[in-house]
Design a binder for this molecule. Structure first.
Ligand SMILES: Cc1ncc(COP(=O)(O)O)c(C=O)c1O
Length: 364
């Protein structure tokens, strides 16, 4: 690969070569043959009936515990409007998904960050924060967290739902990376531990393609109805055609094999990232996730991500700003590395350039 080719460690996008294009074309043809009017007409805001029913069966819940949206992120916006009020306190992990933090703030929420450790939120810190003020909601990404790559331990999952019960706040569990586990065994979802306390959300954007804009929320029907009403007032009904294609593809049994293909494609990319860090940046402190899209690096003391980002442009290496992931400050030395959309060769070259940029930034 050319030393001049730009390398992007910026957003967590899936690999272009992962999209099941031919299968989706077939599913689109079938869905139009079978139920053209249903997927082309307006309908209930909670989602296309066929898709909602498939999701309910897959998740082992009743259909009224499923709300389908145009991707999962927008459902968080509808939740803010339907369930929260301006000025309400929301906790997120720190760091957390920057777009979710931005969205809570845009809807008038006060956002505070609970420090994230390698095995999930710092429970002692959380208890201290709860003693001061209880949030309406805690937004958690328990599996292969964006941006850190951390996975919450079973013990911490249990503590989180206990604390939510005790202090009466809602847990919003965002799990778009959960099924992309390359090693090890699953922990139970927060939702399975406390279905009355948790709204669980996930998405097909990382499993099929962002273009299908198919995301969903699982939980208490009364809460979902309020969120669904905001959806209805916003777009009448979500993108039934894309959702119909997704449902048809899922019903044909294509999700399982696709997840296996993704694991085969992405696991070597995670390994390549870890190997490249060991080779080019042996002193770096990196998270070592067992799945997902991201790992993160804490840069050496005295080196800021801002300075490294700037130095990296000289090497045609694009990095994301670390600060936006931290709702309550911090993150000056935090660097997120999304590895799925790069080949192992690009990853090795990217980390080589990163090591040069870190050296330059430290010397500056
Ligand atoms: C944690 C998390 N939640 C939600 C999303 C967005 O999902 P969707 O495309 O379904 O809106 C992303 C995308 O990067 C994400 O990382």
């Amino acid at each position: 690969m050319s030393a001049l080719e730009p390398i992007n460690f910026t957003r967590g996008v899936p690999a272009n070569e992962s999209f099941p294009e031919a299968e989706l074309a077939e599913a689109a043809r079938r869905v139009l043959e079978k139920q053209a009017v249903a997927v082309l007409q307006y309908g209930p805001a909670a989602g296309l009936a066929q898709f909602r029913e498939w999701l309910a069966k897959w998740q082992g819940v009743a259909a009224d515990r499923v709300l389908v949206g145009n991707g999962s992120l927008e459902l968080v916006e509808f939740l803010c409007i339907g369930l929260l009020s301006r000025g309400d306190l929301v906790y997120t992990e720190s760091p957390s998904y920057d777009r979710a933090i931005k969205l809570f703030r845009r809807n008038g929420m006060e956002v505070e960050g609970v420090p994230l450790e390698a095995d999930g939120p710092d429970i002692d810190a959380l208890e201290k924060m709860l003693a001061r003020r209880v949030p309406k909601l805690f937004y958690v990404i328990p599996d292969f967290q964006n941006p850190a790559g951390a996975t919450c331990s079973l013990e911490k999952r249990k503590r989180l739902v206990e604390l939510a019960e005790k202090h009466d706040f809602l847990l919003l569990e965002d799990a778009p990376y959960r099924l992309l586990r390359y090693r090890g065994t699953d922990e139970p979802t927060l939702y399975s531990l406390a279905p009355g306390r948790v709204l669980h959300m996930s998405s097909f954007t990382k499993l099929i393609a962002p273009g299908v804009r198919a995301g969903f929320m699982i939980g208490d029907p009364a809460k979902l109805a309020k969120i669904g009403k905001v959806a209805e007032d916003t777009y009448i009904s979500p993108g039934y055609f894309a959702h119909g294609v997704t449902a048809e593809w899922c019903a044909a049994g294509q999700l399982g094999p696709q997840i296996e293909r993704l694991k085969k494609l992405y696991a070597p990319r995670l390994d390549a990232t870890l190997a490249a860090i060991d080779k080019h940046m042996p002193d770096a402190v990196a998270t070592r996730p067992n799945g997902g899209f991201f790992l993160s690096v804490t840069l050496p003391e005295g080196t800021s991500t801002t300075a490294v980002r700037e130095a990296a442009t000289k090497y045609n290496l694009n990095l994301a700003d670390g600060l936006a992931f931290f709702p309550s400050g911090g993150g000056e030395r935090f660097l997120r590395l999304p590895f799925c959309a790069l080949t192992p060769e690009q990853i090795d070259e990217g980390i080589r350039r990163l090591a040069l940029a870190v050296k330059d930034a430290r010397g500056a």
